[in-house]
Design a protein around this ligand. Structure first.
Ligand code: PXP
Length: 245
């Protein structure tokens, strides 16, 4: 039987709301604890170089207070790497980062940057942190991830989630083939970006997934339903996952 599909809740946008007014609320720890109580398997945050939402203090407080897994998304920058090595999250997901983007727009070009990523992957792995690469569902990227020695990949689901009709069908096929390929390479397969309660049904057709990282749609839905119910609802919908079969 396939393993239960896990949910990592990305709470960056709780911090976005706080930073918009420079207030002390809504609290990041409170949000993380509500997600955990609702059944989330992990908390994901992206400490961006521009600190537009999550702050350094947040990540260290989360490390001290959460009981599930802490997944830190980060760019390959010496400053953030130094923080990650002190923080020791359970997982690090390496992502590309551009100052002007609204959110992480594309996958990390592991195939092109391979050499530049080796140092960070080795340091993080030696510190006992599970390293994941956020990549587009492409053959060459997955081969490069396996070569680099990172144990996990997070497949970028954004192109599928943002499309419709035949394009969406093509993107879903790409994700399905990539998940199969990553699995054959021995990589743990996670997925994320743009997933919401409506497109989830099709996302669940992708095989071999271990964890979905979902942020914006859960926080947005929390405006109407409350954060706990928004998380519970997503978990209920994910419960039917049978390995994409
Ligand atoms: N996974 C990664 C690597 C991301 O960068 C993001 C966005 O921060 C997410 C998942 C969550 O995406 P969304 O907020 O669209 O659910």
């Amino acid at each position: 039987m396939s393993q239960r599909l896990k949910l990592g809740v990305n709470i960056d946008h709780v911090a976005t709301l706080r930073q918009a007014r420079g207030t002390s609320y809504p609290g990041i720890i409170e949000a993380a604890l509500v997600c955990e109580q609702a059944g989330a398997d992990g908390i994901t945050v992206h400490l961006r170089e521009d600190r537009r939402h999550i702050q350094d203090k947040d990540v260290f407080e989360l490390r001290d207070h959460i009981e599930t897994r802490l997944n830190l998304e980060m760019a390959n920058s010496p400053e953030i790497l130094e923080i990650a090595l002190r923080l020791k999250p359970d997982e690090v997901c390496m992502v590309p980062e551009r100052r002007l983007e609204l959110t992480t727009e594309g996958g990390l070009d592991v195939a092109g940057l391979g050499e530049q990523l080796i140092g960070a992957v080795e340091k993080l792995s030696s510190a006992g942190i599970a390293v994941s690469m956020f990549v587009a569902p492409d053959h060459d990227q997955l081969e490069a991830c396996a070569k680099l020695g990172a144990p996990c990949v997070e497949l970028h689901t954004g192109s599928f989630c943002d499309s419709s009709g035949e394009t969406a069908d093509r993107e879903l096929l790409r994700l399905t083939e990539a998940a199969q390929h990553a699995h054959e390479l021995g990589l743990v397969v996670n997925a994320g970006h743009g997933i919401n309660i409506d497109n989830l049904r099709n996302i669940l057709r992708i095989p071999h997934m271990c964890t979905l990282n979902i942020g914006h749609s859960i926080i947005a839905r929390a405006v109407f339903k409350g954060l706990g119910e928004s998380v519970r609802e997503m978990i209920r919908e994910m419960a039917g996952y049978s390995g994409g079969k």
